[in-house]
Each structure stands twice: as structure tokens, then as C-alpha cells.
Design a binder for this molecule. Structure first.
Ligand code: NAD
Ligand code: MN
Length: 806
């Protein structure tokens, strides 16, 4: 084509980015080894895997196929490195992170071309989005390394972390994982995705170049079954950070259950893109292009469900089709191309299969008239209309350039349709009415909500899911907590109630009397009070029709409580759901109720003290102290109720990001055995302070302090159903809670075995778990027994992006 021809036709000419420097870089180094202890080593297996260019289907490089022996070596190297890396001053680590950021910028074009060659994504995106964001993540987290000591006092690194990443944003996912982990003083074994290891290997070279101490970052390439699983199961790995599919996330949840490994999961999505009739439709069309055709739709938070207000549906679909005709698909290295290749033939076939299924289910498929290249893995932008909300293309993550359109009439319908998914990663809301948009944003269950924009990311703003999109956040201050633990957790554990129990001198006491510290003797509470279960604000008989005896430490029967079962738990979950308007009330009101509970409990402090004495045989003084700490704890969470707030982020754009902690929803709580009152209140108070509703299984041995709270709750204006209490066998009942699909999180404070069962059972709906793994905490201590750790477990962050300006 001559310049004159181009001028005449106004056609795009080819504008290829040169691939030769990247190809030369590959050629000099391949076959690529594993990167362990800052050295390139041969894989134990002696085998190599082929990395292919998806745009041509031709081989690009040979990459080491690691196995569990290699994982062992890498973990050992990371463990050794942890000794010194974790002890460095924050400033020193900040310098290393800064050096990584600088070096990434210096090699930006090589990284962009490598990424495009290996993954098939367009150079426009790798150059302008992936690689700049990678550098930004390292800069941002250099800052957190610098500030860790002052901004995260009382926290320490976790240790060796295993990080497993997908192929859709190979280097960006690496950065999201490695930057915060390094900043907080951890060491790393990273497993890149099978199809896309090359930029991680270039990153390893950068690690060497800047002189990061050996063993701090290790990269083990290979297959999921050989490397990924070995990492997940390795006993010396303290945390797994995973990004990938929900199915694999679920299997990792099960495999790590009870291991004590910390876990964060960034999983799939089926994110809604909601368009109201007053939206600027030309911006909407460009928004849809970014939402679903960015990275060929291989984006976990892709806006793959287009929800349109009915009266503008036809108009928007027409505009969208016209725009689709003009999209350019082809050689990813062509700078004027919008869409590149699908990562692999396997992924392409999966997209084709789901699209065929959509057609078979009766939806209408539309694709532009132009043809895709026949060489390599390409799939055209695709729009489905006449989609039924229950059909598979409306529910299953396609992970390709396919959008399904549906319509709604009212804002309420829009919210219901948006939430009609098991996922909850992201959402876009389009309207020129800011009141409407900001009203809808909190109602959609998703970790990120973009108002009049989409697919916006920045290191300052956390990213991660609700529901089956996983748990944990990457980016923002909230992301740092995925890589630290409270300092006290590895210190020698202080004496717990168990040892207090053993230390008691019980011989001096008469059977049915106890003595106060001043020597006065008093009778124990009468036996005949038989508390029922507390569900939906009412005392109800257990479904089983059975009661269980409660004994004191001498084996004397001191009372009975209801024997709760599966049915009672189900009723309690229903009641907790019915009470969800609790979260819509004001934080001021929740604080008031917590104070009121404290007030009502204080007026009965003697009775509550005696109850503790009766159940545990501790001294009156000791039990009295437990009641006083309980009152203080209620005050703490009343105080926090209107103070645990979000942040306004300032990412590099015109606009703000509102990071808002939202309640988890319905939380199942299994209380610790010791401290029958304090253990119960220490968990219930932060949960309800943050707007959750709870189903609580009290201490199994000593449930009477919890059941005595019924009357306190009834007289404290606590709405029915906010706190539900089911007594009985704690491990059996918490298992039922863990399996329940309408429970959003579960807290379990009991045995290691019970913790494992709860974590395993939670994988069904991927509910977030918080378990004690059989370790006691000192509930009397304000560092261990209360504070922000509890509030973070009670909430999840939503980041709402609000750009401004005309
Ligand atoms: P995948 O789950 O198959 O693989 C992800 C990574 O896990 C790969 O490195 C793979 O080798 C490894 N892996 C697979 N099975 C494993 C196992 N049993 N044990 C340990 N490791 C194992 O996902 P994928 O196809 O590579 O990526 C696509 C998926 O990732 C999509 O579902 C997408 O939604 C999700 N994703 C989520 C996010 C997010 O932030 N939430 C970001 C990108 C991608
Ligand atoms: Mn590849």
C-alpha cells in the first residue's frame, strides 16, 4: 500500500512493533532454567515445556518443567533468606523495591513485547497498561516497606509465601503478588502459569541485576500438577496467594484446610455492566469495549453481563454493533490493533463450546462481518441478545470476548439481576444521575464498583472478590494484611483458661456454695432455668426435642440447654438473613445498642460473675474480672462501630476511589471453650458492630453465660435475628454452618481438627474463614482479644471508583 492509497481509503496500514530484540533475548537464554537462590538451575526432571506464541501457534521458547523436588529446593532457599530479609529495616527493603520498579521501567519495552508474544495480548495494552501498572505496584509498595514499622505496629511478616498466578496478566499478577509480600518482609516461591512464564523469567533476571539477596524471590516454572500442588501442600510454606479459576481455588481451600497456612484467593467472575437510561450512550459503548474486549475478554473482572434499562436497549445494541464492526483484530504486535489472540487452543475451544451452548439454549448470537485470521488462536467479539438470566452463558464465566445482554426496568430489578450470580468480583454502573449511581454501588455484591468507567486498576486501591470470587485483597493498605500476622501469634502463648482451671483449688469449697474473695458465701443460681435456643429474637425449643446437661468442673449437673441440630441452624440462618436490614441502619445506632447491652449486663454483673464461677470453678474475683473485661470490650466495639471507616484513595486519574468496609453479611461463630462470657462477647460484639448478623454456638462446656444473655439482648433494643444462639455440640453445629450456602463467613475458635473441618467444608460457597487451629488466645488481653484484627474479619472492602470532570 502506498501512502497515497492510504490517504485515499483511510485504511489502517500495518504498524508492527519490532519483535527482534525480544526474540534475541529468548534465543540467548533458552532453554530457560528454574530461578532458585538467584541462580539458574536445571529442572530435576530434565524436562522442558514449550511456550507458544498464540498469534502464530509457533514455538517461542523451552521452559523448565519443575517438580516437587525443585519446589523443596526453592522453599528451603526462601526459608534461609527469610531469616535476614525479614529482619532488614523497612527502609532497606524500600530501596530494593524501588530498584525493582526502576529496572522494570528501564526494560519496559522488552517486557511489553515479550508479554505480547507469549500471551497474545495486544502491544497497545501491554505497553500502556500492564507494564506501567507493574512498575506502579513496586513503587507504591516501596512506600509501604518504608512505612511498615510506623503504620503496621504489632505486625510481622508471615514467612515463606507460595504464589500461584494465571496467564491472563502474567507480569501484572506477579507484581500484585510479589510487591506487597516483599514490602512486608516475606520471601517468595512463585509459580507462573504454564503458557506464560517468559516475563516472570525476565523479572527473575531483574532480581539478579538489582542484587536482591539470594532466595528472597524464587521462580519455579512448570505444570499445575507438579509445581502448583507441591507448593500448596508444602509444610514449610506459610501462606498461599492464588489467582485463577474458582474450581482450582476451591481445591486449594480444601488442600490447605487445617494446615494453618494463610490463604488469599482471587477467583473468577461474571461481572455486571449496568446501564441506566440517562447514561451517556457513546461513553457506554466505549465502556463496553473496555469491559469485555480488553485482553480478549480474558479478564477476571470483565463486564461480561450487559444489563440495559429496557427503554434504551434497542438503541444501545444498535450502537454497539456499529462499534463492533470497527474493532480491529489481528497481529498483537500491530500497534493499531484492538484485539489480539486467545492464549491457547484449549482456551479457544472452551470459548467456542460455551458460545455454541448459548446458541443451542436459544440466545441470539451476533458477530461483526469481518473475518478473523485463520492462523493462531483468534475469536471475534461476540454479543448475545435474548438471553435468559438462568442460561449457562448468563451464569458461567466464559473468559473470552463474549458479552451477554439482558434488560431491566427499575433500579431494584437492576440490582437483583446484577446480584444473580455466585460471583462478586466487580461491577460497572452507568448513569448521569450521581445519586442513583452511588445508591446502586453499595447494593451490588462485588469488591470493585466502577461508576461511569470500567476495568480501572491502581496499586492504591484494593482489588478482590465477594462470594465465590474469593477472599482477600490485593493493593491498598488492606492488601498488606494478607502478608502479615499479629506479632503475638508466634510468641510463647500465655497461660490460658485451661491452665487456670487446673490451677484452681477446689477442695475448700462446699458443693453448692462458693465463696467470694471477702469470705462471704452464697448459693449458686437455681437449676430450674432451662434456656431454649435464641432464634429470630425468640426463645424457641430445639427441633430435636432434647436437652443436654451442663456440668461444673466437679461433674455436678448445674443446668440444661437445648440440643441444637441442623434444622435449628437452618432456622437461625434464615432469621439472620431476615435481619439483614441491621446493616442499613446507622453506625451511631449500632454503637448505642452495644452500649445499652453493656449497661444491662453491668446491672447484673454479680449474677454473671456467679454463673462463671459455677461453670468454671474459678474464684469470684477472677470471674468478676472476666465480666469487667467483657463490659470494657462492649464499650470498645461501641466505640469502633462509628470509627472503623474507609479511605478515599487518589489514584492517578481525575477522580476518587472510595474504599468502604462493608459487613460480610451472615457470620457463623463458634465460641472458644474458656471464658464463657468474654469469649462469646469478644466475637459477637465486633461482628454486629460492623453490621453483620450472627449465628453463635457458645462454649460447649459452659454455655450458660451465653444463654443468660438472652434477656440482656431482649432488653437492649437489639433487633430480632441479629444475634441467634444455638447451643449443642459445637463441632457438629459449626460444620453445618460451614457447609451452609447462605452463610458468608465462619469464625471457629476450637480444636485443630475442628478448624480443619470448618475450612474444608467452607469451600462449597468459598466462604471466608477465621479459625484458631487449636491455639488459644488470651481473651483478657486487649492486644489478642480485641481490636482491628476482629473488625477486619467482620468486614470486606469495596472500592468504588468515581471519576469526575466533563
Ligand atoms: P487456573 O486456575 O487453571 O490456573 C491458575 C494457576 O494455578 C496456574 O498457574 C496453574 O498452573 C495453577 N494451578 C492449576 N491447578 C492447580 C492446583 N490444583 N494446585 C495448584 N496450582 C494449580 O486458571 P487459569 O485458566 O490460568 O486463569 C483463568 C482464571 O483465573 C479465570 O477463572 C479468571 O477469572 C481467574 N482470574 C482471576 C483474577 C482475580 O484477580 N480474581 C485475575 C486473573 C484471573
Ligand atoms: Mn505462550
Amino acid at each position: 500500500m502506498s501512502v497515497m492509497d492510504i490517504f485515499e481509503t483511510m485504511e489502517y496500514g500495518p504498524a508492527p512493533e519490532a519483535s527482534s530484540p525480544a526474540l534475541a533475548w529468548i534465543k540467548e537464554r533458552q532453554p530457560f532454567g528454574l530461578f532458585i537462590n538467584n541462580q539458574w538451575t536445571k529442572p530435576t526432571s530434565g524436562r522442558y515445556l514449550e511456550s507458544v506464541n498464540p498469534a502464530t501457534g509457533k514455538s517461542l521458547a523451552q521452559v523448565a518443567s519443575g517438580n516437587s523436588a525443585d519446589v523443596d529446593t526453592a522453599v528451603a532457599a526462601a526459608r534461609r533468606a527469610f531469616e535476614t530479609w525479614s529482619q532488614l529495616a523497612g527502609h532497606t527493603r524500600a530501596r530494593y523495591l524501588y530498584a525493582l520498579a526502576r529496572q522494570i521501567q528501564k526494560h519496559a519495552r522488552l517486557l511489553a513485547v515479550l508479554e505480547s508474544l507469549d500471551n497474545g495480548k495486544s502491544i497497545r495494552e501491554t505497553r500502556d497498561l500492564d507494564i506501567p501498572l507493574v512498575a506502579r505496584h513496586f513503587y507504591y509498595h516501596a512506600g509501604w516497606a518504608q512505612l511498615m514499622a510506623s503504620e503496621l505496629p504489632g505486625y510481622q511478616p508471615i514467612g515463606v509465601v507460595g504464589q500461584i498466578i494465571p496467564w491472563n496478566f502474567p507480569l501484572l499478577m506477579l507484581a500484585w503478588k510479589i510487591a506487597p509480600a516483599l514490602a512486608m518482609g516475606n520471601t517468595i516461591v512463585l509459580k507462573p502459569a504454564r503458557y506464560t512464564s517468559l516475563t516472570a523469567l525476565k523479572f527473575a533476571e531483574i532480581v539478579q541485576e538489582i542484587g536482591l539477596p539470594p532466595g528472597v524471590v524464587n521462580v519455579v516454572t512448570g505444570e499445575a500438577s507438579r509445581v502448583g500442588e507441591a507448593l500448596v501442600r508444602h509444610p514449610d510454606v506459610n501462606k498461599i496467594a492464588f489467582t485463577g479459576s474458582t474450581d482450582v481455588g476451591r481445591s486449594i481451600r480444601r488442600a490447605t484446610a487445617g494446615s494453618g497456612k494463610k490463604l488469599s484467593l482471587e477467583l473468577g467472575g461474571k461481572s455486571p455492566f449496568v446501564v441506566f437510561d440517562d447514561a451517556d450512550l457513546d461513553s457506554v459503548v466505549e465502556g463496553v469495549v473496555d469491559a469485555i474486549w480488553f485482553n480478549q475478554g480474558q479478564v477476571c473482572c470483565a463486564g461480561s453481563r450487559l444489563l440495559i434499562q429496557e427503554n434504551i436497549e434497542q438503541l444501545l445494541i444498535r450502537k454497539l454493533r456499529a462499534r463492533m464492526e470497527k474493532l480491529r483484530l489481528g497481529d498483537p504486535l500491530d500497534k493499531a490493533v484492538d484485539m489480539g489472540a486467545i492464549v491457547s487452543p484449549v482456551q479457544l475451544r472452551e470459548i467456542q463450546r460455551l458460545v455454541e451452548q448459548g446458541v443451542a439454549e436459544g440466545a441470539q448470537k451476533w458477530q461483526p462481518s469481518w473475518a478473523c485470521p485463520t492462523e493462531g488462536s483468534f475469536f471475534p467479539p461476540t454479543l448475545f441478545t435474548h438471553v435468559s438470566p438462568a442460561s449457562s452463558i448468563a451464569q458461567v464465566e466464559i473468559f473470552g470476548p463474549v458479552v451477554v445482554a439482558m434488560s431491566f426496568r427499575t433500579p431494584e430489578e437492576a440490582v437483583a439481576l446484577a446480584n444473580n450470580t455466585r460471583y462478586g468480583l466487580a461491577a460497572s454502573v452507568w448513569s448521569d444521575n450521581i445519586n442513583l449511581a452511588l445508591d446502586i454501588a453499595p447494593k451490588i455484591k462485588a469488591g470493585s464498583v466502577w461508576i461511569n468507567c470500567t476495568n480501572m486498576f491502581d496499586a492504591s486501591s484494593g482489588f478482590g472478590g465477594y462470594r465465590e470470587s474469593g477472599f482477600g485483597r490485593e493493593g491498598g493498605k488492606e492488601g498488606l494484611y494478607e502478608y502479615v500476622r499479629p506479632a503475638w501469634k508466634t510468641e510463647t502463648v500465655r497461660p490460658t483458661a485451661e491452665s487456670i482451671l487446673i490451677a484452681k483449688d477446689s477442695t475448700t469449697e462446699e458443693e453448692d456454695e462458693v465463696s467470694a474473695s471477702d469470705g462471704t458465701r452464697f448459693a449458686l443460681p437455681a437449676i430450674d432455668r432451662t434456656p431454649k435456643l435464641f432464634i429470630g429474637g425468640k426463645q424457641v425449643r430445639p427441633d430435636s426435642g432434647y436437652s443436654r446437661d451442663v456440668y461444673d468442673v466437679h461433674g455436678h449437673r448445674i443446668g440444661e440447654v437445648g440440643e441444637g441440630n441442623r434444622k435449628d441452624i437452618r432456622n437461625a440462618v434464615e432469621a439472620a438473613h431476615a435481619a439483614r436490614s441491621w446493616s442499613a441502619g446507622t453506625t451511631h445506632n449500632r454503637a448505642q445498642i452495644l452500649y445499652y447491652i453493656a449497661e444491662n449486663l453491668a446491672s447484673r454483673e454479680d449474677e454473671f460473675t456467679r454463673r462463671i464461677v459455677q461453670q468454671t470453678n474459678r474464684t469470684y474475683e477472677d470471674a468478676f474480672n472476666e465480666v469487667q473485661v467483657t463490659l470494657s470490650r462492649l464499650f470498645s466495639y461501641a466505640a469502633w462501630a462509628d470509627k472503623f471507616e474507609g479511605i478515599v484513595h487518589r489514584p492517578p486519574m481525575r477522580g476518587v476511589v472510595l474504599a468502604m468496609p462493608e459487613p460480610m453479611g451472615v457470620i457463623g461463630v463458634a465460641c472458644p471453650e474458656p471464658y464463657p462470657l468474654l469469649g462469646f462477647v469478644s466475637l459477637v460484639a465486633p461482628a454486629i458492630a460492623m453490621g453483620n448478623t450472627v449465628i453463635v454456638v457458645p462454649s460447649q462446656q459452659s454455655p450458660l453465660s451465653a444463654t443468660d444473655c438472652y434477656q440482656v439482648f431482649e432488653t437492649s433494643d437489639l433487633p430480632s435475628g441479629v444475634v441467634n444462639i444455638v447451643t449443642g455440640e459445637r463441632d457438629v453445629l459449626s460444620q453445618v454452618l460451614a457447609e451452609h450456602d447462605d452463610v458468608d463467613a465462619i469464625w471457629y475458635f476450637g480444636s485443630a481438627e475442628g478448624s480443619k473441618r470448618v475450612e474444608f467444608a467452607s469451600a462449597g460457597n468459598m466462604k471466608r474463614t477465621w479459625v484458631s487451629n487449636g491455639h488459644e488466645r488470651d481473651w483478657l488481653d486487649t492486644v489478642q482479644g480485641e481490636g482491628q484484627e476482629f473488625l477486619r474479619e467482620a468486614t470486606q472492602m469495596k472500592n468504588i471508583w468515581v471519576p469526575y470532570g466533563e
